[in-house]
Design a protein around this ligand. Sequence first.
Ligand code: GTB
Length: 219
Amino acid sequence: MAPTITAFERSPDRGKGLARDMRVRWALEEVGVAYDVRLLPFEAMKRHAHLALHPFGQIPTYEEDDLVLFESGAIVLHLAQRHAGLLPKDADARARAISWMFAALNTMEPPIIERGMAYLFEREKPWYAERMPMLEQRVDVRLAQLSARLGDAGWLDGTFSAGDLMMVSVLLRLGSSRPLDAYPNLAAYVARGEARPAYGRAFADQLAVFTGTPAPGQA
Ligand code: GTB
């Protein structure tokens, strides 16, 4: 049976691909696994049936036979370990790719999310003008370090991996409020990720939830 993931029935971004089901969809497309999606209204995410799958009442979740997973990173890692295409065969290269996944989630994502939350929800607050430059600077430090490491390479460590999938997904969370103009190699890196056919299919599928337009190839 095809695995089932959960996603927002109504996402505040209306299909811009920012919710975390997008990275799971992308991984599923990269490894060529067909999947079903169960769309959840916000209230249903907090009810017992969903809390049994996800202790924090969030999306995405992943169900495959008797296996239930939550946390987008764990789901992508599971897919990458079970299927070819997202992790190198060489054990050391594999471990390095997994390090990049953790770097995306633990080192890059927190300051990016903190800045994004302040930008969205604190703009009217008296402390915003003072706090924002500090948050911008924390993001900048990480972007500069990542940019220095990536240099002229296409991907973070040799061929495209789950580490790149996660890093591109996290960088996309910066959105239009924080363009990557100062880091042309990171902007090109993100564009390379978005240009992957698997990304395109995943993006079209999650957008179709909000536009009602079936993704190409789907009835
Ligand atoms: N660490 C978990 C993971 O990686 O899976 C975090 C999961 C998570 O934050 N899920 C969010 C959620 O379920 C959706 S992705 N939120 C509801 C809740 O907590 O009650 C975060 C998100 C939501 C919306 C947008 N957007 O519209 O732009 C972007 C990102």
